[in-house]
Design a protein. Structure first.
Length: 557
């Protein structure tokens, strides 16, 4: 084998131009495929890092109102505890609640400094037994065990305090109480469907009656949510044992549970509901329903299983294109090799030896190309991460799948690149190789024509696809939204003291000659407001309509 490698390197050193063109072609193809496959690895690895990922399901909701069915990622605050109490195969649960979505004035104060955080969620104390997080300080079992406990991520701790050594610091939430920071954890990895910047104990909601009263009115509290099976306000997750089967549960147990626990608590006419059990590792690619955890950040959802197949096909096409290009160049380079190959055949080299020689040369070129591809990927991967908002890397010690991807790309390209020219030369008779005027023959010409046709077809397809995607992206960026966004600014007010003086702020703005008009709304126009579903009794019968609504002043339009 070593002598074959030496021969291959010697030939490449003699034919530098041929070698450089081949190496560059394979380098570009391999680098492009590596980026695509690393991205696909990221997209298909969502939530795989959780210790109990195989036994965790999200409990979504399917609501049917007069034959009008809608699915929601959220569920009732009562459903997960009830299921856990009623069925032994459901071992525990955790609920995730977004206080800032429902409660007013979620502004925290620390030594005269105020801050508001959109991605601050209230969760049950079992959260860290479901979601694997890396602790910088504090412990998982105590972090959310008491009311008015709060956990910061590294980024939020640095933003508010400038350091991560903040356990024991206290924050005041008006009309609620004093929260104590009990832990600091690392930010969530990019391949998690649930991104947050801070967590507070859900048990705190039981002690925030004033906050609920200000937001909803007299007599309304957290217990109102926990008793309302028809009110979907939390994301619920359950951890199950091996005996649990979602299909069997829905077929055999749900109807009995529904009749015993839910049927008498919600209006039954024209209304029914059932849970949807979503494996946590499938949420990112499979789930695209109302109120996904990322719905306000990613209104336009890109990746799903179909898109994974599309990207995978593109990656394979790129490698196939690079290999065919190598083959065509090898065949075009034929005249310099034909006499050498004829003598090798005449001297008794067997088919296996000839094949080994060609594959060795392609492996040598592919090895050099792979090194170039890895350097190129390392050079541009930061830009790719910024553009796609992901965290791709070539660190083989962090993820063994990266090694598989690199090895797979290398072997696929090297084998494909060496196989075609090897077959071409091996099956050409020595007599024709030694002819003064060599004619390739019908079979050889047919092979070359087929390869060139495939190469150009794939290239045209890829270019056309890229142009379509480019035009579609431009269309999305420049499409008519129904309103003119130029010169429109939104000022978000979160503290009650600021909201009480909003009329004063409007007067100040209106006095400014650069301000044409002002209006108020309870939602920023790019947010996803609460959805309402109403059953209308018309002359033609019952009609269901769902809509999102916001409250505005007349000038908003």
């Amino acid at each position: 084998m070593s002598y074959l490698i030496k021969i291959g390197l010697r030939r490449l050193s003699r034919e530098k131009g041929y070698a450089i063109v081949n190496i560059l072609g394979l380098t570009v193809g391999m680098a492009s495929a590596l980026i695509i496959f690393l991205f696909l690895r990221h997209e298909t690895s969502y939530d795989n890092y959780h210790h109990h990922q195989s036994s965790i399901y999200r409990v979504a909701t399917e609501l049917t109102i007069h034959n009008h069915t809608q699915q929601y990622a959220v569920s009732s605050a009562a459903i997960a505890p009830s299921l856990s109490d009623a069925f032994a195969e459901i071992e525990s649960y955790v609920r995730i609640f977004l206080p800032s979505y429902f409660l007013h004035d979620m502004v925290f104060y620390h030594k005269g400094k105020a801050f508001y955080e959109d991605d601050l969620f209230a969760v049950d104390s079992t959260f860290f037994s479901f979601f694997s997080c890396e602790f910088i300080s504090g412990t998982p079992d105590m972090a959310l065990s008491k009311p008015f406990s709060i956990v910061f991520t590294r980024s939020l701790a640095l933003e508010i305090f400038g350091q991560t050594d903040i356990v024991g610091q206290q924050l005041t939430l008006s009309d609620a109480g004093v929260f104590t920071i009990t832990a600091v954890i690392e930010d969530q990895p990019s391949n998690s469907h649930f991104q947050f910047r801070g967590l507070m104990s859900l048990s705190s909601m039981n002690h925030m009656s004033d906050k609920f009263k200000l937001s909803f009115g007299e007599g309304f509290g957290w217990d109102t949510f926990t008793q309302a099976y028809g009110s979907t306000v939390v994301w619920s997750y359950i951890k199950v044992n091996e005996q649990f089967s979602p299909a069997d549960f829905l077929a055999n147990q749900w109807s009995v549970f529904y009749d015993q626990h839910i049927k008498g608590l919600i209006p039954q006419e024209h209304f029914s509901m059932k849970p949807l059990f979503q494996p946590i590792t499938s949420i990112h690619l499979d789930s695209d329903i109302n109120y996904e955890l990322s719905s306000e950040r990613d209104i336009m959802r890109l990746m799903n299983k179909e898109m994974v197949v599309v990207f995978l096909t593109i990656g394979v096409f790129l490698l196939f294109l690079a290999a065919i290009n190598y083959t065509n160049m090898a065949i075009s380079h034929f005249n310099k090799k034909r006499k050498e190959m004829a003598m090798v055949k005449i001297l008794g080299s067997k088919m296996g030896q000839l094949l080994a020689g060609f594959l060795t040369e392609s492996f040598v070129i592919a090895s050099i190309s792979m090194l170039g591809a890895l350097v190129f990927v390392e050079f541009i991967i930061g830009w790719v991460n910024d553009f796609l908002q992901v965290n791709l890397s070539l660190y083989i010690f962090q993820d063994w799948h990266v090694v598989v991807i690199i090895a797979g790309v290398f072997l696929f390209t090297a084998l494909l690149s060496g196989l075609f020219p090897a077959i071409y030369f091996i099956y050409t008779p020595p007599v024709r190789l030694l002819a003064t005027r060599f004619n390739a023959g019908k079979n050889s010409l047919l092979l070359k024509r087929i390869l060139i046709t495939i190469q150009f077809s794939v290239a045209v397809y890829m270019v056309a696809s890229a142009l379509v995607v480019y035009r579609q992206i431009n269309y999305i960026q420049d499409m008519d939204l129904g309103y003119d966004v130029e010169g429109v600014f939104a000022i978000e007010l979160h503290a009650r003291e600021s909201k009480e003086r909003i009329a004063e702020l409007e007067k100040i703005l209106q006095k400014d000659s650069s301000v044409v008009q002002t209006a108020r709304s309870n939602y920023v126009f790019s947010m996803y407001p609460i959805k309402h579903t109403i059953l209308f009794n018309t002359q033609e019968g019952f009609v269901v309509r769902s809509f999102n609504n916001i409250q505005t002043t007349p000038d908003y339009i």
